[in-house]
Every structure is written in structure tokens, then in C-alpha cells.
Write a protein that binds this ligand. Structure first.
Ligand SMILES: Cc1ncc(COP(=O)(O)O)c(C=O)c1O
Length: 469
């Protein structure tokens, strides 16, 4: 086949894949689609679904293998949230082809990466074309300089050291690697509502029972209800003993950040029960008040906690892919074996190190100029958040989150999240996220994301005022 013919056939495959009706099924929600929208501003790809992993249905397959499907995969709830949102958005666009649909639904960043960061990545890419600058596989745990910079930037006063840090291709990937570390025989606890990757990866690992439709929960997971009534912090006296507690603060989707007192209670609870906390601090740079940025600010946490974090929402690295996980040397299993040594084994087995170009970007993020630039981007989204909070508050809604996170959690008491989602889409051409998609505790809420171009956020708020004022 000639090169041109090969390129043509690849393009044909790609375009048929893009138009496939199977693309909406599959993996963890938050990153499934490029965009729901036809933005008013420089357009990204139009409503293209990212997931290309799903296979054609069996009816069209002539040959069947003898390999049984992983029964744990069959337990998953078909990733119902984001495919369903995409389906409804597509139906909406067919019904209103001229509508300017704006998405405040997905948690993907929209603003360009500051140049001080991209120029470091460009330089590293160029160096790879030289004998002196070329490097192949790096250390699976990440480059020493970057691990040291993460330790000194984010954990300076809490005694976390460079060799406690494992650089990765993102927090979501590390969440799954951590599940692999713990294996199938642990019971996990999650905040309800919560980022869906904790529950789904637990199901895939075989830690759970079946999905129970009546209560909308998986068996053998402890759902820790977080509502306005408890200040979005679970009543730990009602939480049964679990092995691993996934705790995200600032929280996706509620936008709330746990206080020092609350995190002290959580650490003490874990110590009393012999549990390990997996603390997700992917939004810590959005904290405006004195809530802790890291679980390791809490005395005693190093013996009971792991922390995972990411450059995704700090620097717009959702596509670049770079994150890290801290496993302190003080953390040990019941037999005294260091957790970090097993995690190191998992990382060396399942991962070959983060991209060297991405790591150059990470190092630039943590330079003096890079930190300023990241803060500017975060502040831009925080201004968006304020605009959204003000809009809903001025119309009399109870609005949560926003102060310490790029998510606004709006209460529609007594109404179904999906009904509110549908009403907003139908009447304003805006895509939000129904809270119930994050767990039964999210029913009655919608999540509004502040990731968006300013003009789109302002236009969205104008439309919301027309609908609800
Ligand atoms: C709470 C939380 N953790 C982790 C992630 C994923 O981060 P990364 O892009 O580093 O995989 C997200 C993404 O939306 C998130 O909301």
C-alpha cells in the first residue's frame, strides 16, 4: 500500500470511528468527551466523544472467542451519566440545529496553557532530536528534579520528601493503580456524591457486590452521605469500618473543602479503625480559605494516608497528562510491610514513567514564573465560579461550593436532577451535570462547572436569569 493510500485508509477509519454510535459507551465519566457544545468562542471539536474503546455488538461478529467476560465489568452501570448527557445533547442539537449550545457540564479545562510552561515542553521536545538531549525510558517514579520540586512546593512544611512522591500520568490513572495495590479483598468507603472513578475502579477490581437498583448503590461499598445538613462532611459515627476511604477535598462534585477540624476527625477515624485514606487533592490550588491543601497538614496523617494530585486543573494539563501520588514511608500494612514498596512495584509493573516532555512542563509549572502563571489561570476560573455563584444566589437558589473549587452545586429541592438538567437544556441550550450521576446523595442538585471561556459563562448566566428570574 502506498503511503498516501495508507493515510487515506487511516483517515477513513478515524472518521468512521468518530461517527460510530458505540463511542459513547465505556470508561470513567469526567473525561469522556471533548466538548458537549458549540462554544461561542474559538471552537474546539464539535461534540465529539473521546471514548473509542467499545467493541461492536456481538450480533455483528461472526466469530466468538471462548473467553468469558470479566464478571466485574458486567456489574458496571454502563457509564450511564456522561453517555446519557451526550445522547440528550445530540438529540437537542438535532431538534435545534441553530442553537448555540454552551457546556458548563464537564470538568475539562478550556484556557490555554501559559507560555512559560509550553515553551519548556517545546524545548524538551526539540532536545529529543539531539544526541546530547535524547532520553528514552526514565525512572518509573519520575524525574528526581520534578519529585524534589513537588515535595518542596506542596509539602515543604509537612515532612514529605522527594522519595515519597511518585510522578504519574494523572490522578485518575493513579486511582486505578491504587486499587490494584489493595486488591480485591478490601472494602472501600466513598463520599456520596463523589467522583465516579473511585466506585467504578472498585467494581472492576471485584471489591463490590452487584449494583442495587432500589438504593442506587453497589453492595460492599460504604457510601458516606455528604449534604448541606452535615456541611458536606460525613457523620463518621454512622460509617462502618472500612479498609480504604476515598476522600476528595475540595470535592468534585459538591465544590466543598473540608476544614482542618473535619480532616483531623477523618485522620483520627482512620487511625482508630486501622484504615487507609486515599486523599484526592486534584483541586487544592482552588482553595481560598484556610482549609488544608494537603491531608499531610494533619498530624498523624502520614501513618494512615496516601495523597493523589494532578497538574490537570492547576495548569490545564488535562491533555498533557501529569500528576503524582504521595505514599509516605511511614505508612505500613497490617504486617508492617511498607505500602510505598508495594506501590513502587505496581508502578514499575504497570507504568513506564510519565512523558519526559510532560515532566519538563511540570518542572516549569513549579518555577517561580510558572507558579504565578498557574495561579492566574486558577484565578480566572475562580472569577467564573463567582459569576455563576452570584447568578444563582441572586435568584434565590441555595448554592454550595464555588469558594474553594471550580464547581458550583445548586440545589433544586424536591426535583429530580435529570428533570432540572432537561429543563435547563430545553429552555436555555445549556448543558449542566445532574447531581444524581455522582451517587444517590446528589439527587436534587445540578453541578455547574466554571471551566469555560468568560464570554460563554456570561452568556450562560444571562440565559439562566431569563429562565429562573
Ligand atoms: C476529583 C478528581 N480526581 C481526579 C481527576 C482526574 O485527574 P487527572 O486528569 O489527573 O487524571 C479528576 C478529573 O476531573 C477529578 O475531578
Amino acid at each position: 500500500m502506498s503511503l498516501t493510500a495508507a493515510i487515506q485508509s487511516v483517515s477513513a477509519l478515524v472518521s468512521s470511528a468518530k461517527s460510530s454510535s458505540f463511542l459513547g459507551q465505556g470508561v470513567g465519566p469526567e473525561t469522556r468527551f471533548t466538548s458537549f457544545s458549540m462554544p461561542l468562542l474559538p471552537s474546539r471539536k464539535l461534540s465529539v466523544c473521546k471514548c473509542v474503546s467499545a467493541a461492536p455488538p456481538t450480533e455483528q461478529t461472526a466469530h466468538k472467542t471462548k473467553v468469558a467476560r470479566n464478571a466485574n465489568m458486567a456489574k458496571l452501570q454502563a457509564g450511564y451519566l456522561f453517555p446519557e448527557i451526550a445522547r440528550r445533547r445530540s438529540a437537542h442539537i438535532s431538534k435545534y440545529p441553530d442553537a448555540k449550545v454552551i457546556s458548563l457540564g464537564i470538568g475539562d479545562t478550556t484556557e490555554p496553557i501559559p507560555e512559560v510552561i509550553t515553551s519548556a515542553m517545546a524545548l524538551r521536545a526539540k532536545e529529543l532530536s539531539t544526541f546530547e538531549g535524547y532520553s528514552g525510558y526514565g525512572a518509573e517514579q519520575g524525574e528526581k528534579k520534578l519529585r524534589a520540586a513537588i515535595a518542596s512546593t506542596y509539602y515543604k512544611d509537612v515532612g514529605i520528601e522527594e522519595n515519597d512522591i511518585f510522578v504519574s500520568d494523572g490522578a485518575k490513572c493513579d486511582i486505578s493503580r491504587l486499587q490494584l495495590l489493595f486488591g480485591a479483598n478490601v472494602k472501600i468507603a466513598v463520599q456520596d456524591p463523589s467522583y465516579p472513578a473511585y466506585v467504578d475502579s472498585s467494581v472492576i477490581m471485584g471489591q463490590t457486590g452487584l449494583y442495587q437498583k432500589d438504593v442506587e448503590k453497589f453492595g460492599n461499598i460504604e457510601y458516606m452521605r455528604c449534604t448541606p445538613d452535615n456541611g458536606f462532611f460525613p457523620d463518621l459515627s454512622n460509617v462502618s469500618e472500612t479498609d480504604v476511604i476515598y476522600f476528595c477535598s475540595p470535592n468534585n462534585p459538591t465544590g466543598s473543602a473540608a476544614s482542618r477540624d473535619q480532616l483531623t476527625k477523618l485522620v483520627n477515624f482512620a487511625r482508630a479503625n486501622g484504615s487507609i485514606i486515599v486523599y484526592d487533592s486534584a483541586y487544592s490550588m482552588y482553595i481560598s480559605d484556610d482549609s488544608p491543601r494537603s491531608i499531610f497538614e494533619i498530624p498523624g496523617a502520614k501513618e494512615v494516608a496516601i495523597e493523589t494530585s494532578s497538574f490537570s486543573k492547576f495548569a490545564g494539563f488535562t491533555g498533557v497528562r501529569l500528576g503524582w501520588t504521595v505514599v509516605p514511608k511511614e505508612l505500613v500494612f497490617s504486617d508492617g510491610f511498607p505500602v510505598a514498596r508495594d506501590f513502587n512495584r505496581i508502578v514499575c509493573t504497570c507504568f513506564n514513567g510519565a512523558s519526559n516532555i510532560a515532566q519538563a512542563g511540570g518542572l516549569a509549572c513549579l518555577s517561580e514564573e510558572g507558579l504565578k502563571a498557574m495561579n492566574n489561570v486558577v484565578n480566572f476560573y475562580k472569577e467564573n465560579t463567582q459569576i455563576i455563584v452570584n447568578t444563582f444566589s441572586s435568584m434565590g437558589f441555595n448554592v454550595y461550593g464555588g469558594q474553594n473549587a471550580p464547581y458550583v452545586w445548586v440545589h433544586f429541592p424536591g426535583r429530580s436532577s435529570w428533570d432540572v438538567f432537561a429543563e435547563i437544556l430545553e429552555k436555555t441550550h445549556l448543558v449542566t451535570t445532574p447531581g444524581s450521576g455522582f451517587g444517590p446523595g446528589g439527587e436534587g442538585f445540578v453541578r455547574v462547572s466554571a471551566f469555560g471561556h468568560r464570554e460563554n459563562v456570561l452568556e450562560a448566566c444571562r440565559r439562566l436569569k431569563q429562565l429562573y428570574q
